[in-house]
Design a protein around this ligand. Sequence first.
Ligand SMILES: Nc1ncnc2c1ncn2[C@@H]1O[C@H](COP(=O)(O)OP(=O)(O)O)[C@@H](O)[C@H]1O
Ligand SMILES: [Mg+2]
Length: 203
Amino acid sequence: MNLKASNITFSYNKKRQILNDVSLSLKSNEIIGLMGDSGSGKSTLCKILAGHITNYKGEVTLDGNKISDKGFYPVQLIFQHPEKTMNPKWKMNKVLNESWAPPQELKDTFGLKDQWLTRWPSELSGGELQRFSILRALNPKTKFIIADEISTMLDAVTQVQIWEKLINHAKANNIGILAVSHDPDLLEVICDDILYFDEINNL
Ligand SMILES: Nc1ncnc2c1ncn2[C@@H]1O[C@H](COP(=O)(O)OP(=O)(O)O)[C@@H](O)[C@H]1O
Ligand SMILES: [Mg+2]
């Protein structure tokens, strides 16, 4: 499959334009890095690709078709701060099963411990929470993952572990990943190709 953003232009308000005529293309099974300065608009572009922002100019398509906002959205966004995407009043078991029920094998792969399932989000570390976010995003209907600084908050060992598992799963299931980071060393290791945000954003 092919996820394509064509001529995306967007601003939150009249004061500043964030994106101008941005285009990119991502194929299943590909891991493409997106590198750029903080505050430049990377997360904004991620939200557009994943359907969280819809009032932009231009087009996002999957194999040439507009993506329906009805039903499951095949482009899933994983954020830097997992706790912000979780209901603090839900135990982790409910948080995990909100999108789908991941099989035990996958929970084991990502090192999810059973004892975490009965805790509140506030009772887990960032790395532990991020494993839940990733599992939630791996719904079998997911075709592309937009990984927006997903390992920035993690220590080096956890970062490598999580990326290794995610990439293995993506390759085995023909999922494409856009990996957003300001860390060139990380992107060099995990990506097939790297895009530079200031080169694709025509401000
Ligand atoms: N909801 C919002 N309303 C207004 N401005 C925003 C909003 N979200 C982000 N911004 C601004 O848009 C710019 C780009 O932000 P962002 O896409 O998060 O950049 P990056 O992910 O590259 O750090 C920043 O200046 C930020 O302050
Ligand atoms: Mg960001």
